[in-house]
Design a protein around this ligand. Sequence first.
Ligand SMILES: *Cc1c(COP(=O)(O)O)cnc(C)c1O
Length: 390
Amino acid sequence: MKFANRIEQLPPYLFVEISRKIARKRAEGADVVTFAIGDPDIPTPSHILERLHQASNDPPNHRYPETEGLPELRRAIADWYEGRFGVTLDPDREVLPLIGAKEGIGHAALCFIDPGDIALVPDPGYPVYSVGTLFAGGQCHWMPLLEENGWLPDLDAIPPEVARRARALWLNYPNNPTGAVADEGFFQKVVEFARRYGVPVLHDAPYTEVAYDGYRPGSFLQTPGAKEVGMEFHSLSKSYNMTGWRIGMAVGNAQMVNALMRVKSNLDSGIPQAIQYAAIEALRGPQECIEEHNRIYQRRRDRVVATLRGIGLEVAVPRASLYVWAKLPQGWKSGEFATLLLEEKSIVVTPGAGYGRHGEGYIRLSLTIADDQMERGLARLASWHIPDPT
Ligand SMILES: *Cc1c(COP(=O)(O)O)cnc(C)c1O
């Protein structure tokens, strides 16, 4: 059978390959401990689940939802942005609920990219920015994220002729996979760049609530002028352990939000309404769960960082996100390192190269693993002598 080029060109989804390797190892009887996927192990808080149960019994919620979401949900999102970031949003023009941020990110490419157009994409980065670009027929201009720049892209290094042709600038802070954060100064440069070249900014921000040591990450939309040039993706997945319920949002520039709404209204039929009511409860209800979860992740973070340093890896302590990004000893390829670690210690980590060429030489460990499993994994890791690279 002949498939479209966009399917033939598709790189294998990173986690599908990893899952296959894990299954093979488990079939051999190994106790595999995985630090690979960023999917919270802690359940959705019970007050949110209760609202979901209740809403699921209400027959109007059994019918097709509207693409633009319940007005109450759009208002709850706008109020949450106001309360959390001091960002004022018009719930009818500047807010669009999504079936998870991933869905909105993938579809957003269709709003901005025509065949042959350029998207500015971070490397390493969450794969959906580049795959969405590919699906829309566009090309990626990779922006290297380097340790010496604090894992921020160097916008001055983008050739002006590329910037002039760019139709989207993708960013993500707090960052997956590096755990890096961006400050207001960087976002100001982004707004200047976007104005100079007329490039729409798409900022993916699902980790603003997952932060440590009292640090509170900002929203891109807090930067003066941001709403004129950009849109932000957020999600309830990581803030409230709701990855399985699939609900997120796009907020910001009204024209950009409207374009995404038009694409989506032709492709999906919105978010199941009971889940929208659960999301309203999450955003408007008690927020202590966020701090509770962060305390758990922070303890895990400290254990993982200490263990990795103990076996000789270079690791910065992340201030936000669910990830520890570790530098491998000179000469190691991340894929070979991850394979050896699985073979010798039945531990799964994500090879940095899976996030792009500039992720090579690094591995990512996720903190979304139950404490007892994590401790089993870390004990094995601590006893490992990293061999010389072959
Ligand atoms: C987890 C994640 C998402 C996806 O969030 P959903 O709302 O669950 O689709 C988007 N971007 C990044 C960087 C993520 O890590």
